[in-house]
Design a protein around this ligand. Sequence first.
Ligand SMILES: [Zn+2]
Length: 169
Amino acid sequence: MFDLINMKVYPIHPFADSVQCCLFCADLRYCAPIVKSRSVPAQASTCPCGRLNTYETCCGVFHAGTPAPTPEDLMRSRYTAYVLQLGPYLLDTWASQTRPPQMDFAEDGGIKWLGLEVKRAYVEGERGVVEFVARYKVAGRAHRMHETSRFTREADGRWYYVDGEVEGA
Ligand SMILES: [Zn+2]
């Protein structure tokens, strides 16, 4: 595991029986069941995109300017940008031919994003596909959006969101 506080790599899990382990090492094999069995709210120790990393070491890296290396990373960071209402990031990572003129979160009806599950992600040359399910709540009612998004890698080497097909829409 990697200890973020002391910046050291441990061969074993020093906190294997404690919640502390989950907060720092993000090792799914050990930590996911521990998080569950102790009923620690997963949200408290994870990035909004669902990975067991803190926001700062996960989507926050991409929001700060580092290009997302894969379509899945970009998709996750865009989901987190919706959660945090980071309009400029969403526009910056939208392919120019499909990019809306602006992001208006005031018109989303008070949507509350609850979680993301990536079902499938692959890359073929300069194109990428990510299938995911995002859960959200509007006016107290829970919904799920099942979308297959398309991405393209442009001449600058960065991935961009092109469009998505929503299942059942
Ligand atoms: Zn993330």
